[in-house]
Design a protein. Structure first.
Length: 442
């Protein structure tokens, strides 16, 4: 780190940087002024929301904008079921605001700590074969581009920018405000149970297509998968009690699980015995508001890599991942998460143009991951796998460009909106390429 400069570190603790300064704007004018000053001085700018990305997407040696004080609801249109928020708003807070007004987001991921900006810029998703990722709900935005000017982006104004910037990886500008299309609030009937993973794969289409939101977690080095079937329902809420929720979500799934992971990090061969001593929550069934079912507490820190592959490739790919885990001879402990989303039309979305299965692998923070993650990535490469933009991977622009049919379209827009590379950093240079490579034209 650079002496005399502040230090920023992400949630997982695996990325850090020493910017010129960390600034916390509270208004759009302040936000735009930071970018304009940096551009004039030839300095770089990056913005952070909750810092939940595992990559150096937000790292910079320039100015770091912390959006934590820029997270208000600006307006809600109940009739149109739309909401406009400042980009630093956390999803958890947004969910509560919407619920009070009888609204909800159509789909959510399994955590809600992220900011709206961070979640959408990296194409964060939930699960459900008929539902798209969170970015697809964006119908408008105000984007601060490379010279500090503000672009209003809607279906009628700068529509090409809106289309691409919904998943911009922070390369097209700093999001100021985001307008999201919502739906009427709904409940989910949740059933969570352990099933042999071979049985899940043998009847995969029935699980995925027969449930609104299906996902499963394969437990490495075992034959078991934890399944989650979430069905949309008009049934009244019949939630777990506070004691049961605290026992399952906090004591077992977080505190107990972390204790097992610490044992595994210390003595890897003790991991299976320690895991067997962890109490099981057993079959769980309840009905609750969608945002409470979708998202769960995540207190254990970890590293994660996630790949999007064609849905039809999932069974073959996961079978190979299971074989890899057995061959590597190290107990993993962390489940492998599998989810499903519908195709979308966003140029850099990992689900762009194809029905998608996501495969996410994790390790406990501070434990070795290179061999495991690189082995999984090699498998995903065989299916034109696209990494989640907020999670670890080893790809470059050269390996990624052929996997995105609209890659050149995004690159041209980047050159137009940020010709001087105000929002560039070494990570974006690696995964997207330089803003203006030799011979490039807009």
């Amino acid at each position: 780190m650079t002496r005399g400069r502040p230090t920023w570190t992400n949630w997982a603790g695996n990325q850090s940087c020493s910017p010129i300064g960390i600034e916390r704007p509270t208004t759009e004018a302040e936000l735009a002024a930071i970018v304009a000053r940096a551009a004039t001085a030839g300095e770089r700018v990056k913005a952070i929301g909750a810092g939940h990305s595992f990559t150096p997407t937000a790292c910079t040696d320039g100015h770091l904008i912390d959006l934590s004080a820029y997270g208000e609801v600006l307006w809600i249109d109940l009739e149109a079921r739309q909401v406009c928020v400042q980009s630093g708003m956390r999803l958890a807070a947004l969910n509560e605001h919407l619920a009070l007004r009888g609204l909800a987001l159509e789909n959510l991921g399994d955590i809600a700590y992220q900011s709206v900006a961070g979640a959408t810029q990296t194409a964060t998703h939930g699960t459900g074969a008929r539902f798209r990722n969170i970015s697809a709900a964006i119908i408008g935005m105000r984007l601060i581009v490379g010279d500090g000017s503000i672009l209003e982006c809607t279906a009628d104004e700068n529509a090409d920018v809106l289309e691409a910037a919904r998943v911009g990886v922070g390369a097209l500008g700093v999001l100021s405000t985001v307008t999201l299309q919502c739906v009427s609030a709904f409940n989910l009937h949740a059933v969570e149970d352990a099933v042999p993973v071979d049985d899940v794969l043998a009847d995969l289409d029935a699980h995925v297509d027969g449930t609104d939101h299906f996902e499963f977690f394969w437990i490495p080095n075992t034959r078991w998968a934890l399944t989650k079937h979430n069905r949309r329902t008009a049934e009244p809420a019949d939630a777990r009690g506070r004691v049961a929720s605290f026992r399952d979500d906090i004591l077992i799934n977080n505190l107990g699980f972390e204790a097992v992971m610490k044992i595994g990090a210390w003595r890897n061969n003790w991991l299976p015995k320690a895991a067997k001593r962890l109490p099981s929550t057993g079959r769980v069934e309840y009905v609750d508001a969608s945002h409470r079912v979708f998202a769960s507490p995540r207190l254990v820190r970890f590293y994660e890599m996630e790949y999007a592959i064609p849905r039809e490739a999932l069974t073959d790919a996961l079978t190979r991942v299971r074989r890899l885990v057995d061959q590597q001879g190290r107990y993993i402990g962390f489940p492998v998460e599998v989810r499903f989303v519908a195709a979308d039309d966003i140029p850099l979305s990992p689900a762009s143009g194809r029905a998608t299965a996501y495969v996410a692998v994790h390790v406990y923070r501070g434990t070795p991951y290179d061999q495991y993650f690189q082995g999984v990535e090699a498998i995903m490469n065989d299916y034109e796998g696209r990494p989640h933009w907020g999670k670890m991977h080893f790809q470059t622009a050269a390996t990624l460009a052929p996997r995105y049919p609209r890659w050149d379209e995004f690159a041209a827009l980047r050159r137009r909106l940020d010709p001087a590379g105000t929002f560039a950093n070494s990570y974006l240079d690696r995964v997207l390429g330089p803003v203006n490579p030799a011979g490039a034209t807009s």
